[in-house]
Design a protein around this ligand. Structure first.
Ligand code: HMG
Ligand code: MG
Length: 296
């Protein structure tokens, strides 16, 4: 494992900022994304073309996407919940989208006002259009280790939704512990169950750090073979429709752990720490990254 490379999917500009009380200006979001690509990150989730009534923090999605400096070799996926979101994204030239469903019915209703099956049906025309347009599609499954409304989430439901998204044409499916409730053994067992139906190299893991388990969960999943990890600079964010969800695992902490294990990420850790500190100042709170705090 020590010489492996891991792709970090930086979700701070989307998953991070969607849940911040402070709404920052589009120009600052653009600056954040450009700084992140300058750190060597190759996948940066830029924003969401969801309903601005549901997520006002990202109402400026078009302006932000249009304003970022698109570096060669960097992808800038955006969240899209329906055809309307897809069309808005395409108007500003988006070339990669992410569709999102959940393994729990209760959460899906709260988050996108649809059942699991309704959401999958809603994505069919989106994915067909994307295929025709040569747009890449990533998929998310939320609440893979527990739901704030339903409690336990059966593994079979996680597997079913993950397989449905992969079969539909998602090149990668990110498995989201939306409320940071998982522990390493459960996280690994969940990943391995999904990997029976979806190839491991088409899977990513997405941990929120509500209970301080995220790095341990990531390590358990790396040991099981996953090589794509979602994280958020300075550990910002959470989901506004998941009660109790705190920030994602901090990108700085993930990169520090991976480099310490001899794994490659292509990310300049010092530049990432500086970017996280800059963002924290802008948001008016301390970074959640322990590595950044230790660096002073
Ligand atoms: P709805 O209210 O059922 O939508 O919301 P609707 O189709 O009935 O339309 C209502 C109004 O919204 C209409 O406008 C539509 O045009 C408009 P009106 O006629 O009232 O003026 N509308 C839109 N406007 C702009 N862009 C759009 C759009 N769609 C409809 N795309 C909907 C359904 C899916 C739109 C809504 O529930 C929504 O936007 N939800 C998004 C919630 C969200 O972003 N949650 C956070 C992301 S998921 C997450 O964080 C988890 C993840 O990180 C992984 C993990 O951690 O597990 C990915
Ligand atoms: Mg998330």
């Amino acid at each position: 494992m020590s010489d492996a490379s891991v792709r970090i999917v930086e979700v701070g500009p989307r998953d991070g900022l969607q849940n911040e009380k402070t709404i920052i200006a589009a120009v600052d979001k653009i600056n954040l994304i450009d700084r992140l690509s300058g750190c060597g990150l190759k996948s940066i989730e830029a924003t969401s073309f969801v309903s601005p009534k549901w997520v006002p923090q990202l109402a400026d999605a078009a302006e932000v996407y249009a304003g970022i400096h698109k570096r060669d070799g960097v992808s800038y996926p955006v969240l899209v919940p329906n055809e309307k979101g897809y069309d808005r994204a395409r108007e500003v030239g988006v070339t990669e989208i992410a569709v999102f469903s959940a393994a729990s019915e209760a959460f899906n209703q709260k988050n996108i006002n649809a059942s699991i099956d309704e959401s999958l049906q809603r994505f069919e025309p989106v994915v067909s259009k994307a295929k025709a347009d040569g747009v890449k599609v990533r998929g998310y499954v939320s609440t893979v280790l527990g739901c704030p409304y339903q409690g336990e989430v059966p593994l079979a439901d996680v597997v079913r939704v993950s397989k449905a998204l992969h079969d539909m044409g998602c090149y990668e499916v990110s498995l989201g512990d939306t409320i940071g409730i998982g522990t390493p053994g459960k996280a690994r067992a969940m990943l391995e169950a999904v990997a029976v139906e979806v190839p491991m190299d088409a899977l990513a893991v997405h941990f929120h750090d509500t209970r301080g388990q995220a790095l341990a969960n990531i390590l358990a999943c790396l040991e099981a073979g996953v090589r794509v990890v979602d994280s958020s600079v300075s550990g910002t964010g959470g989901c506004p429709y998941a009660k109790g969800a705190s920030g994602n695992v901090a990108s700085e902490d993930v990169v520090y752990m991976l480099h310490g294990m001899g794994m490659q990420t292509g990310v300049d850790l010092d530049a990432l720490i500086a970017t996280g500190n800059w963002l924290s100042t802008l948001l008016g709170h301390d970074t959640a990254s322990k590595v950044a705090r230790a660096a002073g």
